[in-house]
Structure formats: C-alpha cells, structure tokens
Design a protein around this ligand. Sequence first.
Ligand code: ATP
Length: 477
Amino acid sequence: MSDLFEKIVSLSKRRGFIFQSSEIYGGLSATYDYGPLGVELKRNVSQRWWNSMVYKHQNISGLDAAILMHPDVWKASGHVDAFNDPLIDDKVSNMRYRADQLIEGHIDKLRRKGKDAEADRVYQALVDALNAEDAAKGLYDVIMAEEIRSPDSGMFDWTEVRQFNLMFDTHAGPVKSVDNKIYLRPETAQGIFVNFHNVRETGRHQVPFGIAQIGKAFRNEIVARQFIFRMREFEQMEMQYFVKPGTQMEAFEAWREERMQWHISNGIRPSKLRWHEHEKLAHYADAAFDIQYEFPIGWQEVEGIHSRTDFDLSAHQSLSGKKMEYFDPVTNEKYLPYVVETSAGLDRTILTLLCEAYREEEVDGEIRSVMKFHPKLAPITVALFPLVKKDGMPEMAEKLQNDLQEHFLAFYDEKGAIGRRYRRMDEIGTPFCVTVDGESTSDGTVTVRHRDTMEQDRIPAEKVASYMIDSIAKWKP
Ligand code: ATP
C-alpha cells in the first residue's frame, strides 16, 4: 500500500470515519463500518447525488427496491450464467488474482519502463482474449506467452484460469433446497428494470425519463485488499435513463458530461479524473466508458456510464411473460426503450474525496494534516469554541451552536488549548471554527477561522450563518 493510502486508512480509523467490520474478532475482510464522521460524509455525498439526479431533473424519479429479489431476475439479467471473474492462483504462495488485472498490471509496468510498443501489443492481446469465446483460456494463454510473474512471490507457477461467480446466495424460508435459493443483489439496476412500468405509470412519465436509486449491493470479490475501494458489501448510486431507440448516443454523451461535472463539483481536481473506454463491451452494451480517478493505488474506476440497449427490458419481458413495451402517445409507436445508465459507487466516491482532501502542510515548523473537503460535504460544517470555560463564553458559544444547528452540523468543543482545537478540526475537515472570546461577550462579535487559509475574520455573532453561506458559495478546491 502506498504511504498516502496508509495515512488515509489510519486517519479514517483514528478519527472515526471508517472501521474494519467486526474488528474485535479480527475483522471480516473487504467489509467496513462507517463511524460517526464517516456516516455524516456518506449522508452528505448521497444527498448531493440525489439532489443532482432526482431534484434537479423533473423527469427522474427515485426508487428504493428490496435487496432480495425473485431468483429469475438474475437468470434474465445474465448474472447466474455470466457474472464471473476469471481467477488464477499462484501455486507457490496460494495467492489468488484476477487474470485480467494481472495482465493490466503487467501492461502498466511496461509503460512505466517506457516500453510502449510492447505494452500496446500486450494490451491488444488482452482485448482479444476478453472477446474470445473462451475468455479464461485466452487470458491464460496471454499470461503464459508473456511469462507474467506473480506480484507477491515473483514466481511463474500458475494454475489454469477459472471462472468464479460473484453472487452471494442464501435460502428463503426454512428449507435449504435449490428451489428456494435466492441471491443478494450484485447491482441495484435490476430493481429499477423490474419496476419500469410501476414508476413510469405512478410518476406519469413519458420517455425519455429516468429512475434513480441508492442502495447496497453484494459481490463475493476475490481480490479485495484495497480498503473501501473493493468491498464485498458496498453501496451504488445508479440511474437508468429510458430513451427511444436510436437516440441513445445523444443521451449517453449528455450523461457522460453531466456525471464528470458532478465529480468536479465535489471538489475533485479535473487533472485527477479521466475517461476510460471499456476494452470489452458487455454482451448487452453498445457503448461504455468509466470515469477514473487517480487513487494512490493508480487510475481506477469510480463510475461507469453504459449504454445498455434494450437488453434488460427485453430479457425480463421474455422470462416473465409480461410486456415491458412503451406506447409513445405522440408518435403512436410501441417499442422497448433503450437504457443509458450512470452507475457510481458511493464508497468509491468517498474514497476519492478522502484521497483528494488529505493534505499535509508545514505551519510554523510543524506539520498540519488537513482534510480540504468541499464545505458542503464535510462531516462537520462548523465548530464552536469558547476561548476559556468562564465569563459567559461557554453559554454564548452553546447558544450559537444551537442556532447554527438548524442549518449546519455544528459541534461544540471547550476542551484543550485553542490551537489544538483548531488542529483537531483541520484533521477532520471542518471548514469553519468560531471562537467566542472576552470581546464577544461585551460587543457581540466572534472570530471565524477558515480551515484552508487559517485566516480569521471578526464578525457579529448573528451574521455567522450568512457569512458561512457566502464563503461556501465562493469555495474553490
Ligand atoms: P470493477 O471493474 O472495479 O470491479 P465494475 O466494472 O464491476 O467495477 P460496475 O458493475 O460497473 O463495476 O459497478 C458500478 C460501480 O459500482 C463501480 O464504478 C464502482 O464504483 C462500484 N463498485 C463495483 N464493485 C465494487 C466493490 N466491490 N466495492 C466497492 N464499489 C464497487
């Protein structure tokens, strides 16, 4: 793990953003719990996504579908037959790898060494293997031909590549049999497809329209060693946009632009974001791009924008026997809408924010760690400090906290030297600290200290809320 990544993992635990699940039992791998600050950050991110999708677009409605669904859903969607990862084991260390990622790692290594022509050749071999009838064999052949060694043992002693289904299954009711086997959903999208008519009719929507949902998804990931980047239980923020066939590319391009801007509006520097076109299109897709962020572990996907054709509605129509077609009242045509989806990971978005916000700065010969979150996403917006615990200062600071609490998450702290209180707030990314001092109780003014610049302004206490609203509107990463 890189240094920066380790610092983020450690700060996340120390300050109550993210804990390992079931830690007292040694932890459960690839599952995490959000602590008091993490849960605030997560709520702010999901609310911001919801606002940008559902509230901003009249023709998008929300949904909260169940995690457990009829098992036929996953037959129709192709997940039972084809939701597989190609795995390969290092026989020496018994470590398991995703064969395609092993090859991608090899390509990255070649590029870092400046061997671009060779990297291009292996990349082409990877694309061909992924598109081959027998992808497992194709990937195995590439690993053999390129003599790719195991990243942990350095040996070249591999098993065959095998396909492994990523869905978690369980049984509904008291009897464990094949007849009542059900799955924990591996994506939120299918809950949206099966509710296509319910939402369209009750929302009185006409195509084009969208359905948005935030919810848990579960995948039995094999390679899961990167903190909240790859989890077995995670949250997705998805929106499926139903359009008339033939107009999907226009919608696809518009959503690509809008989704990239959303990440930038969260305070992510554009230079840390890029587009990645899929090497292999899923059998249902006619275009697919990912938004990647430059994590300390390299460029990785945060969100996928996919043009899914009518694959899902058509598959559910065939298997359920229920018509999924749409009757267009303007043109009097009947058709199965095409779908453009935007599919972002909530946890991965949080990881981009943690990585992007974390800074170390030298101040008066000391290192200050500061999380420069967008002020609208920061877990705590404002901290209220009495300079000392007497002379009416605590009462005035507490009253101000109560007033601000109406609009912001406001936190009161009277413990320790004022400098240390500022540092504690910097480390968790609180954009404003308001201090009540001796002057405040006589003239009603307080100081507002800014996290990013550490500058202070003295303003009347009753103006703090509007002052904060103005500064938040002007904030730049
Ligand atoms: P990857 O290639 O990284 O496995 P994917 O292409 O399978 O991702 P999608 O099925 O397109 O991912 O899911 C949409 C989004 O859900 C991803 O962009 C990612 O942000 C998030 N996501 C997918 N799998 C996980 C996971 N195991 N842990 C956390 N987030 C995930």
